[in-house]
Design a protein around this ligand. Structure first.
Ligand code: SP5
Ligand code: ZN
Length: 342
């Protein structure tokens, strides 16, 4: 399969994220994509191609216009207010008892549009995030043109970003943008399977009330793990989307046998739905030595995920999400992709 890649991802390199009470070096860093790219080349997965430009329309089909304007201008507003020595991070959020109205001041605006203090906005964030969306759209266009599969090797990741919310290292929801673009090309039914360790709260929220995009996710139980406030088993979609969301939360310490059972259950739900195209939110932070996660999949088990996905026999767009064990991220991601190709 082809890999879509652009070096613009280097423009997102935050200095710090608030973790465990400390401002710590970010884990979502450029080396991640470089390690995966090196492995794509070493294993000969296929040609590496540059993304095309799709304009703003496919972003606006998923994200709120005010949110996109905010994201495009946030760094300049922050720099004007605080200088450019520190990344832009929020300090207050419109939680219970507060009013959901957008302030004018940049500090208020960041809180309005952010879900956490782990997702720094930098001078290059807009360029990196829009390129990551283009990478994902280009992979979707390859599959739409008839390729059996394609790999969007982008960062920053996307699955925590909702229509008007950034967080969890995500700004634009690359998988959702690809899925919506496929729908807008006339593809009748799209399924998204999210295998990142964290629940894809943004993707779920975007398609919650829709029957034309099925969302399934296998992830750490939100009672224990980030993003804490979505991803429970009883969330099944709303309105026209009722029954078109399927969550498989698993406890800390989950190993392959229990993971494989959830993966099989999620795949059976997708088979029942019968999508024309499958979009996989590919996180490999389920790895046993991931520095921020607590599942226990070994490198030798990632190919088993790829083999199960191949069994769905659907045109498939892989969109890179999380995975923070930089040394092994390439081996683990390629484990899924190479086994999918068989
Ligand atoms: C795309 C993606 O995988 N985003 C994940 C965002 C998670 N951010 C919060 C992580 C909190 C980690 N806490 C454990 C720290 C270990 N000392
Ligand atoms: Zn994750």
């Amino acid at each position: 399969m082809k890999t879509v890649y652009s070096e613009n991802h280097h423009r997102q390199h935050g200095r710090g994220e608030l973790t465990d009470g400390y401002l710590m070096p970010v884990v979502e860093k450029p080396e991640r994509a470089e390690m995966i790219l090196a492995r794509v080349k070493a294993e000969g997965l296929g040609e590496v191609v540059a993304p095309h430009d799709f304009g703003r329309e496919p972003l606006a089909a998923v994200h709120d216009a005010g949110y996109l304007d905010f994201l495009e201008n946030a760094w300049d507003a922050w720099e004007a207010e605080h200088g450019g020595e520190r990344d832009a991070l929020p300090l207050i959020w419109p939680v219970r008892t507060l009013r959901q109205a957008r302030p004018e001041n940049i500090d208020g605006k960041i809180g309005y549009y952010a879900m956490d203090a782990g997702t720094p906005i930098t001078a290059g964030t807009w360029q990196a995030a829009t390129t990551s969306a283009k990478v994902s759209l280009t992979a979707a266009s390859l599959v739409h043109a008839g390729a059996p599969s394609a790999f969007a090797l982008g960062r920053p990741p996307g699955h925590h970003a909702a229509a008007d919310l950034l967080g969890g290292y995500c700004f634009l929801n690359n998988a959702a943008i690809a899925a919506q673009w496929l729908r807008d090309q006339g593809v009748p039914r799209v399924a998204i399977l999210d295998v990142d360790y964290h629940h894809g709260n943004g993707t779920q929220a975007i398609f919650d009330d829709r029957a034309d995009v099925f969302f399934a996710s296998i992830h750490a139980d939100p009672r224990q793990e980030f993003p804490y406030f979505l991803g429970h088993a009883d969330e099944t979609g709303s309105g026209a989307g009722e029954g078109h969301t399927a969550n498989f939360p698993l406890p800390w310490g989950t190993e392959w046998p229990a993971y494989a059972e959830a993966l099989d259950a999620a795949c059976r739900r997708i088979e029942d739905y019968g999508p024309d195209v499958l979009v996989v939110s590919l996180g490999v932070d389920t790895f046993e030595r991931d520095p921020i996660s607590r599942f226990r999949l070994s490198s030798g088990e990632f190919p088993r995920i790829g083999a199960r996905l191949a069994g769905l026999k659907r045109p498939t767009v892989f969109v890179m999400e999380g995975g923070y064990a930089v040394e092994e991220i390439g081996v683990n991601a390629l484990g899924v992709l190479a086994a999918f190709e068989g």
